[in-house]
Design a protein around this ligand. Structure first.
Ligand code: URA
Length: 188
């Protein structure tokens, strides 16, 4: 069985898709390895590619505002992306890239065993929750799979483009904390 360290080393050495030729640094997930809440976005942006860390750019500031509003801290959650490498020009990830990278996400999820998975944006929601997921209509709603509750919220970059999405996304994050507390209260 792989450890977190093993996964990080595999990602660092990965050449499974052409993004490994254009990336600067791969971006492994970050946060608590004991977190109940796992956030999954689509792919690192250009600043993340330079720093090798998720959500350090402008979207990261929006994410921090959402977390602060519901009293979550980055160190209490785990944040990762479907792709570990930056797609040039911030284009949507290709299906072949998503499938090449998916085993890493599966392993992160296997090691973390989150109670709640939050997809950040349409791309993650359509790959993880349902191919027909409609983020405008379905954000903030719950789907259950094994021991895990899944939801999706607007991607922070969508909020940057349209700040009117901020308040409903804050409400979705409050609901995520409420659900986390509910699930924890059911544990023996
Ligand atoms: N956007 C993403 O989807 N992921 C990041 O890590 C940063 C920006």
């Amino acid at each position: 069985m792989y450890t977190w360290n093993d996964i990080e080393q595999h990602i660092a050495a990965c050449t499974h898709c052409p993004l490994s030729q254009t990336r600067h640094l791969p971006v492994m997930g970050r946060g608590s390895h004991n977190a109940d809440i796992m956030l999954i976005a689509e792919a690192p942006g250009s600043l993340e590619d330079q720093e090798g860390l998720p959500f350090v750019g402008r979207s990261g500031k929006i994410l921090d505002e959402l977390l602060k509003d519901c009293s979550l801290k980055r160190k209490d959650i785990y944040i990762t992306n479907i792709l570990k490498c930056h797609p040039p020009g911030n284009r949507d990830p290709k299906d072949t890239e998503k499938e090449a990278c998916f085993p890493y996400l599966k392993y992160e999820t296997f090691l973390l065993k989150p109670r709640i998975i939050v997809c950040l944006g349409r791309v993650a929601a359509q790959r993880i929750i349902s191919p027909n997921y409609k983020i405008t209509r379905q954000h903030g709603t719950w789907t259950y799979r094994k021991d895990c509750a899944l939801t999706a919220v607007y991607h922070p970059s969508a909020i940057l483009r349209d700040m009117s999405k901020m308040e409903e996304t804050k409400a979705d994050f409050h609901e995520i904390v409420r659900k986390r507390n509910e699930l924890l209260s059911l544990e023996l």
